[in-house]
Design a protein around this ligand. Sequence first.
Ligand code: C5P
Length: 232
Amino acid sequence: MGKDVIVACDFASAEATYAFLDRFTGKKPFVKIGMELFYAEGPSIVRGIKERGHRIFLDLKLHDIPNTVKKAMAVLSSLDVDITNLHAAGTVSMMEAALEGLTRPDGTRPLLIAVTQLTSTDQAAMENDLWIREPIDQVVMHYAENAKKAGLDGVVCSPLEAEKVHTVCGAGFLTVTPGVRFADGDIGDQKRVMTPAAAKKIGSDYIVVGRPVTQAADPVAAYERCVHDFVD
Ligand code: C5P
């Protein structure tokens, strides 16, 4: 695992996803499968993309009682994805149970990372909707520390917070950062955003890029621009 660009394949069907991936002749981008695609197509989409040779981040953001999450993670573990995730808001016990469920009898498991605060959430939404009054960066750090305490491998966070997460939790603690936009592109519903080049500078391990690639007139060129700015 090293620095890489993960493409969020937020499509509604296997057909649309494969049509998109077919454009990447000779390249195998790291793919993120989210709720929309997984709920539409089920586990077969994970197996299908894996068979094509892509690494997969299965982004289902589990959040439930520890026992339920543990059992769900055991199912996801059998799909042989590379990374999966949950909400740190589910508590340390829930994260510990998840890790237990994810670990196969031979001790291997996919990487498990925790969502701290969604990149579409800002300070005002956190205070007004969630009734969390502390500054958002402190909330993110607290959730990251909880994830580390539970034994997880890293967090999903805004690129704006990646550097501090590394300071607080260590350089080896993964930061996977959505909310990435080109300087000349649309922000959409994301609120805390950064360019691929800036995300590289502050030390994100992986950037997750959706619409700037999937909705681009030339998705392959947009992906290559991300790789050039973030990895090369
Ligand atoms: O299209 P866009 O680049 O905004 O896509 C970002 C992707 O990352 C989406 O699939 C979204 O669900 C996901 N994500 C996020 N913020 C988080 C966790 C995941 O935007 N905190």
